[in-house]
Design a binder for this molecule. Structure first.
Ligand code: ZN
Length: 395
């Protein structure tokens, strides 16, 4: 998680906790426990300031001082334990949560929140059974606790229990009144792949269709459906892939290979060139469509035209190594290379230049290839091609 994202989560968590605290305080009847006035402590203000400026270590230090003077401040303990977990001190977070749960004066919401947080501590520490038990207990105390439900959903995803993750996400969407169609669609795709691996083709197809009815942008659902039709009906396969490109043009390149195959199997290979030309016309920076078209032309013996296309692709995207490599191959096909140059190209082809850098738009995680779920922040559909702009000073 980036510092800014982390901060946003912490501040949002803090605001939520205080809103909850204010709410419970307003409902508190005379004679019930009175909370210490920790908010007047200068360390509290300093702790919040550090939190807002991302100095988590100092925030922990200052809030620790608040607790020394006001050991009963539940809200401060909650925030402090979150901070400990975020900086990797999960054991300390677990200690604080267990001490909190020993108290007899927690409200129902506070107990549920603490149990859910304990579940997340366990999940981060890799104790998945204990995490599941803590989330269950939190939901027994408060079935509408969003923190516990979200944690449970992540836990299912991490264990690749896709159906359970789907059900938890559905409950979350209902409670939050949010549109989670995209995430639900990706979970359906995983359920579909699982069914297909187990030989339940009909169930798999049903899952891929459900995914698309949830959100047309669930690209791997189009890919999976197209694959299942490829042999039986390549025309149908091609039209599924065309629909995928129409729904998410920025992902078009992921459909190029099967589309080329489908058009060829349907006896209409020239439709691939037409599609690429259309895409290039829509976005002059689209080097992937130019690259695909150039490869297609080289394969059809039109290396000269291919070279022109590649040189235009490089004008807009000089940083893309895959295009450079294709230029060398095209020159080789044109017999424009000396034996030394040919040896050089062979070396380049064997080297690690095939990486296709992608980056997560949420946490900036970098991957060498396209992934549907970010391995770092665990969000769906957040990876995009990493584009490097031209060097400063260039026109
Ligand atoms: Zn990420």
């Amino acid at each position: 998680m980036t510092d800014t994202a982390l901060l946003a989560v912490l501040v949002a968590g803090l605001a939520g906790l205080f809103a909850g605290a204010a709410f419970t305080a307003s409902r508190r009847r005379a004679g019930e426990r009175a909370r210490p006035t920790f908010r007047s402590s200068p360390h509290y203000t300093e702790g919040l300031h550090c939190l807002a400026t991302g100095q988590l270590g100092t925030a922990i230090h200052e809030l620790g001082k608040v607790l020394r003077d006001h050991p009963d401040a539940v809200e401060v303990q909650q925030v402090l334990s979150h901070l400990h977990r975020e900086v990797g001190q999960v054991e300390r977070a677990i200690e604080i949560h267990r001490a909190l749960l020993d108290r007899k004066d927690l409200t129902r919401a506070e107990r549920a929140h603490t149990l859910a947080s304990l579940g997340t501590d366990f999940r981060k520490a890799g104790f998945l059974d204990r995490a599941a038990a803590a989330y269950d207990e939190a939901l027994d105390v408060d079935p509408r606790n969003l923190h516990a439900l979200a944690g449970q959903q992540k836990l299912h995803e991490e264990q690749r229990h896709w159906r359970e993750a789907y059900e938890a996400q559905t409950r979350l969407a209902r409670l939050r009144k949010s549109d989670d169609g995209l995430v639900l669609g990706f979970l359906q795709v995983e359920m579909g792949h699982e069914a297909r691996r187990a030989g339940r083709a009909r169930e798999a197809e049903e899952a891929f269709r459900t995914a698309l009815s949830l959100d047309r942008r669930v690209f791997p659902a189009h890919l999976a459906l197209a694959e299942s039709w490829m042999e039986r009906d390549p025309r149908r396969s091609a039209s599924i892939l065309e629909a995928a490109i129409a729904a998410s043009p920025e992902r078009a390149y992921l459909a190029f290979e099967p589309l080329q195959k489908a058009y060829a199997a349907a006896g209409e290979p020239s439709r691939f060139a037409a599609l690429c030309e259309r895409l290039v016309g829509q976005d002059p920076r689209d080097w992937r469509a130019r690259l695909a078209l150039a490869r297609h032309l080289r394969g059809a013996g039109q290396a000269g035209e291919a070279l022109g296309l590649l040189l235009r692709a490089l004008e807009a995207n000089p940083h893309v190594l895959l295009v450079h490599l294709e230029v060398w191959r095209t020159l080789r096909a044109l017999r424009a290379l000396s034996p030394e140059e040919q040896r050089y190209v062979a070396t380049v082809e064997e080297s690690a230049l095939y990486v296709d850098p992608h980056i997560c738009t949420v946490c900036r995680y970098r991957a060498d290839d396209m992934l549907w779920r970010c391995p770092h922040c665990h969000e769906w559909n957040t990876l995009v091609e990493e584009r490097v702009g031209p060097a400063a000073g260039r026109p």
